[in-house]
Ligand binder design. Structure first.
Ligand SMILES: [Zn+2]
Length: 425
């Protein structure tokens, strides 16, 4: 049975605590082992070299699994996308609902491609306890085809993220994430469905360089070795996106989808989705994340052509889709929404592979969280607004922090406690 909400809520709150100590500890250490970064060459080689092989492997795997229910193909394609899942795999549609949607479309004869726009692996205790690995495993099981790093993919350190990317059975892409000026991942990948070549270009908000932990992007001397093409004018970013889009077209892509973690925020200028679209051409659709909005927008590119930008909120409250007809037209790009607190799999009684995987993992996690997960001798205070207490009691064992500049949350039992930074965006 799907976990009932009465159990989920305390577990989630308790989990917030766990992150605290981890976040505290790592940011307090100047010499984080992730700061050095020798892994990128290996990651780049395996990622940039692998897309075609991975695509082929995935395309073989999916039909084999559904051989007995395979419908006659109708020549149409649904590109499905998620964003800012932040480990919320049992909320909203959940990964079980995502599997159900995808299976239903394929049973009706559509071919599907599944894409994630970043910020998948951080935001709940399951991410914290496994340094992101549980979510990568679930994404593998869900059959994701393409993903990009969001800013929060780096929260466990850049070396750790690259290690996780090596475990991913889907393709990470990014046109603007570089190590010593070389791309860490392939800037784009082409996936084939219904006999059509679809180009996906990845782009990660350059604000990552400062919103994550800067040391994660520096060498042992404090020099930046990683970059997100964050020059103040935005030109470096626009150029990287344009070159990747042009290369995808030259490689035969009939369509170019920008898989973006850019968002709509003024604070992210000159790199938000409006900035990028208005300075580039050749992109048909932007599948966007980062700002957790659900805005569906049509705007002009630098040549005055229409570009659709779609966003899906956070925590699986929406599944995005872009529908390509048998005639090859992008007929609709929009979202399905489940914006309420009752998870769809629970209310609809969906039981499938992803539901079972997620439920089992959450049960195991719940057992871990039954005990005190960490302790500190340090009195926890709100450094930004001293008049606000850092902690307030919400039940005899769990204490969480008030909304504050760092949105701290604390779980204390017998003097043990921890806090974490806000996990939004
Ligand atoms: Zn983000």
């Amino acid at each position: 049975m799907w976990r009932n909400r009465g159990k989920v809520i305390p577990i989630l709150v308790a989990g917030m605590l766990t992150f605290s100590l981890a976040a505290c500890g790592s940011s307090g250490q100047a010499a984080d082992p992730s700061g050095g970064g020798q892994a990128p060459e290996a990651a780049a080689a395996s990622e940039t070299g692998a897309p075609e092989a991975e695509a082929a492997a995935e395309e073989e795997a999916a039909p084999a699994e559904e051989a007995d229910t395979a419908a006659e193909k109708n020549g149409e394609i649904y590109i499905l996308f998620t964003s800012d899942v932040h480990c919320g795999v049992d909320q909203g549609f959940g990964y079980a609902g995502l599997e159900q949607v995808r299976d239903t479309l394929e049973e009706k004869g559509y071919e599907t491609i599944l894409v994630d726009d970043g910020d998948a692996i951080q935001g709940e205790p399951m991410g914290t306890f496994t340094n992101g690995e549980a979510i990568i495993e679930w994404m593998n099981a869900a059959g994701y085809d393409v993903a990009i790093p969001g800013n929060h993919e780096f929260d466990y350190g850049t070396d750790r993220f690259l290690e996780l990317a090596g475990k991913a059975e889907f393709t990470y892409i990014s046109c603007n994430f570089t190590y010593k000026d070389e791309p860490v991942f392939a800037p784009y990948v082409i996936k084939e469905a219904a006999g059509r070549k679809i180009g996906f270009v990845g782009v990660t908000t350059p604000t990552t360089i400062r919103s994550s932990t800067p040391a994660y992007f520096q060498d042992e001397n404090g020099e930046y070795v990683y970059s997100f093409k964050q020059d103040d004018t935005g030109e470096e970013l626009y150029q990287a996106v344009q070159e990747a889009a042009d290369a995808a077209r030259a490689d035969g892509a009939e369509y170019v989808y920008l898989v973006a973690h850019l968002g709509n925020e003024e604070a992210c200028r000159p790199w938000n989705y409006v900035d990028v679209v208005s300075h580039t051409s050749g992109i048909d659709v932007v599948l966007d994340g980062h700002s957790h909005d659900t805005d569906q927008v049509v705007l002009k590119n630098k040549n005055g052509e229409d570009v659709t930008r779609s966003a899906v909120g956070t925590k699986m409250s929406c599944i995005g889709y872009s529908h390509i007809s048998a005639e090859g037209e992008i007929v609709e790009t929009d979202i399905w929404s489940w914006p309420n607190s009752d998870p769809a799999p629970e209310l609809l009684g969906i039981h499938n592979k992803m539901g079972d995987l997620v439920e089992e993992a959450q049960v195991q996690l719940g057992k871990k969280l039954d005990g005190v997960v960490a302790s500190t001798e340090v009195a926890l205070q709100n450094l930004f607004e001293k008049e606000l207490p850092l902690v307030r009691e919400i039940n005899p064992h769990i204490i969480s922090g008030p909304p504050s500049p760092i949105n701290s949350a604390v779980n204390m039992e017998g003097g043990a406690g921890q806090y974490r930074e806000n996990d939004t965006d």
